[in-house]
Design a protein around this ligand. Structure first.
Ligand code: TYM
Length: 331
C-alpha cells in the first residue's frame, strides 16, 4: 500500500445477502477506485451481532460476503480485506470512545430509530452503541475518506465529532474522515416499497447480488410504478425514479440520454432495460464467485492474512489512545 495516497476505509455487514443497493452504493465504487486510494475494506461481523443471528448462518454469510467482494474485483494485492472480529483493537477502542460520546449524539442516529422501531426497551444495547464501533473502525486506521451510501453519512459525521472530541480532550491523534457519497445511486430503493431503501433485511423487494437472471427479471417486472404514464426523473414517481436511477448508475448514461432512449415507450421498456442492465453488471461477478466457491480455502486465507496485517496497523493506535486517556501503558 502506498502511504502518499489518501486512506480509504469502508465496511459492510454480513447480515442477509448483499443487495444491488450495496453494490451500486458501495462495493463497485470500492473496486473501481482501488488505484486512486490506499484501501482497507472490512467485513463487520461484530456489527452484524447487533441484531439476532444464527451462529452458523453468520459464519456462512461472512465467507459469502468476502467471496462476493473478491469477485467484485477487490484485489488483495491492492486492498486490505479482513474481518472485524479478527482485530480486537476495534472493540478495545470502542469502549474508550463510548466514554466520551454523549448519549444525546447517539439519540439522534436515525438508523437506530428505524432499526429499533417501537422495540426500544428490548433491543440489545449493542444496536445503540453501533455507531461508536463504526467510529472505532474508521479512526483506528487514520482514514481520510469513507466511501458509503447515503444512509451511512450520519454515522461518518458522528465519527468526525467523536474524533474531534477525543483530539480536543487528549491531543491530536485521530484523522478527521470525510464521507464519500456517489453522485448517482447513493440510495437505491426497495422495488415494492420505493419509499424505503433497498435493504438486506427485506429480501422481497431487494435484488440480491447473487440472484440468477430469471429471478432478477421476475422481481423487476413486478416493481411498483404509478399510473401517470410519463417517463421522467421525478421524486413524485419514486418507483420509476428508482428504476431509471438503477439504469443510470449501471450504464453511466446521462438523464437526457436515458429519457431519449425511452421516448414514445412505456414502463415495460424501462423495466426490461433495468433488468438487463442489472443482469449484465452482475454476470462477471457471479461467474467469479462460482470460482471462489470451488476453492473456499483461498477466501479464508485472504481473510487470515488481512487480519494479521490489520492487527499490526490497529494495535499501536489503540495503545496510543489508551496511553493518552490515562491507562497504564501495556508492556
Ligand atoms: P451496510 O452493511 O448496511 O451496507 C454496506 C454499504 O452499502 C451501502 N448501502 C446502500 N447504498 C445505496 N443504496 C442502498 N439501498 C444501500 N444499502 C446499503 C451502505 O451505505 C454501505 O456503504 N454501518 C455500515 C457498516 C460499517 C461501516 C464501518 C461502513 C461498519 N463500520 C466503517 C463504513 C466505515 C453498514 O451497516 O453498512
Amino acid at each position: 500500500m502506498d502511504s502518499k495516497r489518501q486512506r480509504v476505509f469502508s465496511g459492510i455487514q454480513p447480515s442477509g445477502s448483499p443487495t444491488l443497493g450495496n453494490y451500486i452504493g458501495a462495493i463497485r465504487n470500492w473496486a473501481r477506485d482501488q488505484d486512486r486510494f490506499d484501501n482497507i475494506f472490512c467485513i463487520v461481523d461484530l456489527h452484524a451481532l447487533t441484531q439476532p443471528r444464527d451462529p452458523e448462518e453468520l459464519r456462512a454469510k461472512t465467507w459469502e460476503l468476502s467471496a462476493i467482494l473478491l469477485a467484485a474485483g477487490i484485489d488483495p494485492d491492492r486492498s486490505l480485506l479482513f474481518a472485524q472480529s479478527d482485530v480486537p483493537a476495534h472493540t478495545g477502542l470502542t469502549w474508550l470512545l463510548t466514554t466520551i460520546t454523549p448519549m444525546g449524539w447517539l439519540n439522534r442516529m436515525t438508523q437506530f430509530k428505524s432499526k429499533a422501531g417501537s422495540d426500544r426497551e428490548s433491543v440489545g444495547a449493542g444496536l445503540y452503541i453501533y455507531p461508536v464501533l463504526m467510529a472505532a473502525d474508521i479512526l483506528l486506521y487514520h482514514t481520510n475518506c469513507v466511501p458509503v451510501g447515503e444512509d451511512q453519512k450520519q454515522h461518518v459525521e458522528l465519527t468526525r465529532d467523536i474524533a474531534e472530541r477525543f483530539n480536543g480532550l487528549f491531543g491530536e491523534l485521530f484523522t478527521i474522515p470525510e464521507p464519500m457519497i456517489p453522485p448517482v445511486g447513493a440510495r437505491i430503493m426497495d422495488l415494492y416499497e420505493p419509499e424505503r431503501k433497498m435493504d438486506k433485511s427485506r429480501p422481497t423487494g431487494a435484488i440480491s447480488i447473487l440472484d440468477p437472471p430469471d429471478a432478477i427479471r421476475k422481481k423487476v417486472s413486478r416493481a411498483v410504478t404509478d399510473s401517470l404514464a410519463s417517463i421522467r426523473f421525478s421524486p413524485e414517481q419514486p418507483g420509476l425514479l428508482n428504476l431509471l436511477t438503477i439504469i443510470q448508475a449501471l450504464t453511466g448514461k446521462s438523464e437526457e440520454e436515458i429519457l431519449e432512449e425511452f421516448e414514445g415507450q412505456g414502463y415495460k421498456a424501462v423495466k426490461d432495460r433495468a433488468a438487463e442492465s442489472i443482469i449484465e453488471a452482475l454476470a462477471p461477478l457471479q461467474q467469479r464467485y462460482r470460482d471462489y466457491e470451488r476453492d473456499p480455502d483461498q477466501v479464508d486465507l485472504i481473510l487470515q492474512r488481512g487480519g494479521e496485517r490489520a492487527r499490526e496497523m490497529a494495535e499501536p493506535v489503540l495503545r496510543e489512545a489508551q496511553r493518552r486517556i490515562g491507562l497504564r501503558r501495556p508492556v
